[in-house]
Design a protein around this ligand. Structure first.
Ligand code: VGL
Ligand code: ZN
Length: 205
C-alpha cells in the first residue's frame, strides 16, 4: 500500500523563536529529515492566513488565549502567525524542503480557522489534501509536525474518519500545551480513534 509522509505546519512561527512558539518545535526537523528517505510521497501542509485573520486576537480586540464564539463555534485567540508570504510562514530552516512533493495551504478563509489539514473548522471547505492523496493512490499516512494538540491532532482525526490508515510519529511532533495535559489528551484521542502511535526509530531502524 502506498504510504505518504505528511508534514503538518513545520513553519517558523511554531519554532521557539516564532510568533506562536512551540517548545522545542525546531527539534523535530532533523527527525523528519531522517524519515523522509523512507517515503516516496512527502506532502506538507502550511498554515497560511491572510493578514487580519479571524483567529488572531488582534483582529478581534481580544487578548491572546481568550476564547470567543465565531460563527457559532469556539475560537481560541492566537497571536498573529503564519501570515501568507511572511517569513513566519516559511518552513523551518534545515528542513529538507527539496523532498516535498506537494504543499497544501489551509486557514486561507479570512473568517474560518483550520486546524485540520483536510477541512476548515466548520467543515465547510476541503483543502484539497484528500483529493490529492486519492489521486496518487495513497491510502496510508505517517503524520509528523506541529502542533500535537492542534493541527496534528485534528489532521490525524480527520485522516482516520476519511479512511486513511493513520500512523503518528510521536518524537517528530511537539505541542503547544496551552493547558497542561493537552498533549497527553491529544495522544489519547488519536489512539482512541485508531491512530497507530510510533517512534521514528520504528521506521528508520
Ligand atoms: C496551529 C494554532 C493556530 C497549528 C495553527 O499548526 O497547530 N495552532 N494555528
Ligand atoms: Zn493558524
Amino acid at each position: 500500500m502506498t504510504q505518504a509522509l505528511l508534514l503538518v505546519d513545520v513553519q517558523n512561527d511554531f519554532s521557539p523563536s516564532g510568533a506562536l512558539p512551540v517548545v522545542d518545535g525546531d527539534q523535530i526537523v532533523p527527525v523528519i529529515n531522517r524519515l523522509i528517505p523512507h517515503f516516496k510521497h512527502i506532502v506538507a501542509t502550511k498554515d497560511w492566513h491572510p493578514a487580519g485573520h479571524s483567529s488572531f486576537a488582534s483582529s478581534n480586540q481580544q487578548n491572546v488565549g481568550e476564547v470567543i464564539v465565531l460563527d457559532g463555534i469556539p475560537q481560541i485567540m492566537w497571536p498573529d502567525h503564519c501570515v501568507q508570504d511572511s517569513e513566519g510562514a516559511e518552513f523551518i530552516s534545515g528542513l529538507n524542503v527539496e523532498a516535498i512533493t506537494k504543499v497544501i495551504y489551509k486557514g486561507t478563509n479570512p473568517k474560518i480557522d483550520s486546524y485540520s489539514g483536510f477541512f476548515d473548522n466548520q467543515r465547510l471547505q476541503a483543502t484539497g489534501l484528500a483529493d490529492y492523496l486519492h489521486s496518487k493512490g495513497i491510502k496510508e499516512l505517517a503524520i509528523v509536525g506541529l502542533a500535537t494538540d492542534y493541527c496534528v491532532k485534528f489532521t490525524a482525526l480527520d485522516a482516520v474518519s476519511l479512511g486513511f490508515k493513520t500512523t503518528v510519529v510521536q518524537d517528530a511532533c511537539r505541542g503547544v500545551e496551552m493547558v497542561q495535559g493537552d498533549v497527553e489528551s491529544a495522544w489519547k484521542q488519536m489512539k482512541q480513534v485508531g491512530c497507530k502511535l510510533i517512534q521514528s526509530e520504528d521506521i528508520t531502524g
